[in-house]
Design a protein around this ligand. Structure first.
Ligand code: SF4
Ligand code: MG
Length: 322
């Protein structure tokens, strides 16, 4: 099979507690019935505004959060219900790169020590081999291997994110989940880091799940893109198809906010959505987007639209296409 990861009906609900006894009074439906698949060697961009559940999806996939329901098939095996011991082999295969490299790197350890840690935990290689591998990884992310004795605070934000990427690569993972890995960086640095990630993908045969809050960042790096809103998947399509023929009204609005990347592109009229994103603890009935959708119809308030394949590989959840 050419599929590396398949997510089926994934749900992650967080209890809302209140009162002296901290009784559960409701749930935040952070991820609600989300399905998609990532093919080997591709980059799948997962996009949506903050609070749409994209980060929770990423964290649930690496089991930082326990899924409430649904399947997570990695190389065909459902890892959603595995315990810590059973998960161990998969911990190596799936690695995460976080948005904030500052907080994920121990400030009291040298970069060399940080990068060697996974080898020590998994009892891999001799001391000399570890050093050699760390130097090789630093080179691979475009850093001078002599910098291995420096501490994280001695590096710039972009360099720190390269270190975060190097650390994710130590155990030869198959899938890397990037949770907004370039969002905290200056625009000029963003493209450098994206280019490095692109090169590493080819060198190491990596598959990426790339999480971002707008469609601008994922435009170049993604092969396919999924758009989330309020915990649900609204549209999934190959990149070119999504940008040239967006079907979901929410995708259309997001795309209208992306600046033209080439003068020859047709200027799209900006679609301004009314209102704010509703609370995920009390999402709208029917289509969760209906309170803001410029094309909403009466039955959108009642019926939840299913994600359906309209054209090969192009999925959309919207009653306009029934
Ligand atoms: Fe808009 Fe209705 Fe489609 Fe939802 S289902 S996106 S409310 S038209
Ligand atoms: Mg690529």
């Amino acid at each position: 099979s050419d599929v590396l990861l398949e997510v089926e009906g994934l749900k992650k609900y967080f209890p809302v507690k209140a009162g002296l006894l901290q009784k559960t009074v409701g749930h935040i439906k952070a991820v609600d019935d989300v399905s998609f698949a990532i093919k080997k060697g591709e980059t799948f961009g997962l996009v949506g505004e903050s609070g749409c559940g994209k980060s929770t999806t990423g964290r649930t996939l690496i089991r930082l959060y326990e899924p409430t329901d649904g399947k997570i098939l990695f190389e065909g095996k459902d890892i959603s219900g595995l315990n810590e011991k059973q998960l161990k082999p998969y911990r190596k295969d799936i690695q995460m790169v976080f948005q904030d490299p500052y907080s994920s790197l121990n400030p009291r350890k040298t970069v060399g020590t940080i990068l060697e840690e996974p080898f020590r935990v998994h009892k891999l290689y001799s001391k000399a081999e570890r050093k050699e591998r760390v130097e090789h990884l630093l080179e691979k992310v475009g850093l001078n291997p002599d910098l291995r004795n420096r501490y994280p605070h001695e590096f710039s934000g972009g360099q720190r994110q390269r270190i975060g990427i190097a650390r994710a690569l130590t155990l030869n993972p198959k899938l890397i989940i990037g949770d907004e890995p370039v969002s905290a960086l200056d625009v000029s640095i963003q493209s450098q880091v994206l280019n490095i990630m692109d090169d590493l993908q080819k060198d190491f045969g990596l598959t990426y799940l790339f999480i971002a809050h707008d469609l601008g960042v994922v435009k170049h790096i993604s092969d396919r893109i999924g758009v989330m809103y309020l915990g649900r998947m609204m549209e999934v399509a190959p990149k070119r198809e999504l940008y040239s023929n967006p079907l979901h009204p929410y995708t259309q609005a997001l795309l209208s906010a992306v600046p033209k990347s080439h003068p020859s592109e047709v200027k799209k009229e900006r679609i301004i959505l009314k209102g704010d994103v509703p609370s995920p603890s009390n999402p709208p009935t029917g289509c969760v987007f209906h309170t803001r959708c410029p094309k909403a119809m009466d039955h959108c308030k009642v019926e939840v639209p299913k994600l359906q394949e309209l054209e090969p590989g192009h999925f959309v959840a919207c009653h306009l296409y029934n």
